[in-house]
Design a protein around this ligand. Structure first.
Ligand code: GLY
Length: 269
């Protein structure tokens, strides 16, 4: 999700909500899901919104043995025809990866694929991309060895990577930020230092959002100019619309309950 530019967001892999979803990890925004049918309805609306914006959506079979398996963003990083399969930071989520990897290897026939070894850990949810500038969160899920693996991949392209330290009260970089366009980063006040992103390319802007709308800072910008946003975050909606973006609101309550955000639920490839 976060690793492709807007113009590359043509195909998304998603994974359906498992029966075991109520046991999904939840520690930050969420207190744990309680309503699997509602989660399924919200996930279906999410897939429809992607399709309505022109994205080809592939729904991978769910895996009832893995309560977090719908959060596919964490399991692979696809950058301009190279794929990194990170070792996820949560041990309970490591075995979600093989079917996702298998699907992507088939879909992207012949794609060059790198894996991580040793103690390297990374969740794809710790990466955002602003054009050809990348940011990675150093978090409870992503360590320095994981970041070094990502850097090796980005070095193929001469893409710059900047590290953002994620505060202990947030899960991932994408939990609190996103790039609704290739020129904008949404960030909640009080979570990151004002200079955390460094000097941005000319024409780019950080949009600061009140801290009580931190969850709303996760959005999906699509190539047709539409931005998917979570319902109930008026400052986010207004900030994007003031800048000419067209927003589509989605009820994310049961996905937020498992610390999941919009980007977590898809993997663009
Ligand atoms: N529940 C999503 C995660 O913790 O990875």
């Amino acid at each position: 999700m976060a690793t492709v530019r807007l113009d590359q967001k043509a195909r998304a892999l998603v994974r359906a909500v498992p029966d075991s979803y109520e046991r999904a990890l939840a520690r930050y925004f969420g207190e744990g899901p309680t309503n699997v049918p509602l989660a399924r309805n919200q996930h279906a609306a999410y897939c429809q919104a992607l399709e309505a914006a022109g994205v080809e959506v592939h729904i991978l079979d769910t895996d009832h043995a893995h309560p977090d398996c719908m959060f596919v963003e964490d399991q692979a990083v696809v950058v301009d025809g190279i794929m990194l399969l990170p070792t996820p930071g949560a041990p309970s989520r490591v075995n979600e990866q093989p079917p996702i990897a298998e699907f992507l290897m088939k879909a992207l026939d012949g794609i060059q694929t790198c894996t991580m070894g040793g103690e390297a850990r990374m969740d794809g949810g710790d990466i955002i991309r602003l054009g050809n500038l990348f940011f990675v969160g150093r978090s409870s899920r992503t360590n320095d060895l994981g970041i070094a693996s990502l850097r090796s991949l980005l070095d193929f392209f001469d893409y710059e990577l900047r590290i953002i330290d994620i505060p202990p009260h947030a899960l991932h970089l994408t939990s609190i930020t996103s790039t609704p366009s290739d020129q904008h980063i949404l960030v909640p006040e009080g979570y990151l230092p004002k200079d955390a992103f460094g000097v941005l390319p000319e024409g780019s802007e950080i949009i600061w959002i009140p801290a009580d709308e931190a969850y709303g800072c996760n959005t999906i910008g699509l190539s047709n100019g539409t931005v998917l946003i979570a319902e109930g975050y008026p400052s986010v909606k207004q900030a994007l619309e003031q800048r000419g973006m067209v927003t589509v609101e989605l009820d994310m309550s049961e996905i937020r309950a498992a610390d999941g955000s919009l980007t977590c639920c898809s993997l663009f490839y």
